[in-house]
Design a protein around this ligand. Structure first.
Ligand SMILES: [Cu+2]
Length: 149
């Protein structure tokens, strides 16, 4: 008789924690790289209903994985490493060409169109979230692989 009540109590106690730690990573993609290329970049969209903070990333396909943004300095777009990326509650944060990206340096192999590779994102609250990054064409502007808008 008491079991369903206890189970319900346990679920209710856990629910706020689970919701707190939730983060969704949508449409992770990367551009195909040329043979022998050492660098690549991955893009994605993060949604955290309660807010979170991306503090790092790891991928077996690259020796170094960093969070980068683009800044205009004297009219020239330059990449700069950032320590963390805030994901405000309920506001999607998009990584896209020309803006925020996951920088892959020291590629172990060529990224070929149509393949996928694992990328682990480390969040302050949600912890480690591993996604499969789809490799689009070399000139792709988005995850579906078509050029431009
Ligand atoms: Cu970069």
């Amino acid at each position: 008789m008491t079991r369903p009540t206890l189970l319900l109590a346990a679920v209710m106690a856990l629910a706020p924690v689970a919701a707190f730690a939730q983060v969704e990573v949508a449409a992770p993609w990367a551009r195909a790289t040329a043979p022998g290329a050492q660098v690549g970049a991955a893009y994605l969209t993060m949604i955290a209903p309660s807010g979170d903070r991306l503090v790092g990333a790891e991928a077996p396909v690259a020796r170094t994985v960093e969070l980068h943004t683009h800044l205009l300095e004297g009219g020239i777009a330059r990449m700069r490493q950032v320590d963390a990326v805030e994901v405000p509650a309920g506001t999607p944060v998009e990584f896209a060409p020309g803006g925020l990206h996951v920088m892959l340096t020291g590629l172990a192999r060529q990224l070929r169109q149509g393949e996928t590779f694992p990328l682990t994102l480390v969040f302050e609250k949600a912890g480690r979230v591993t996604v499969q990054v789809r490799v689009a064409g070399a000139g792709a502007r988005g995850p579906s692989g078509h050029h431009g808008h």
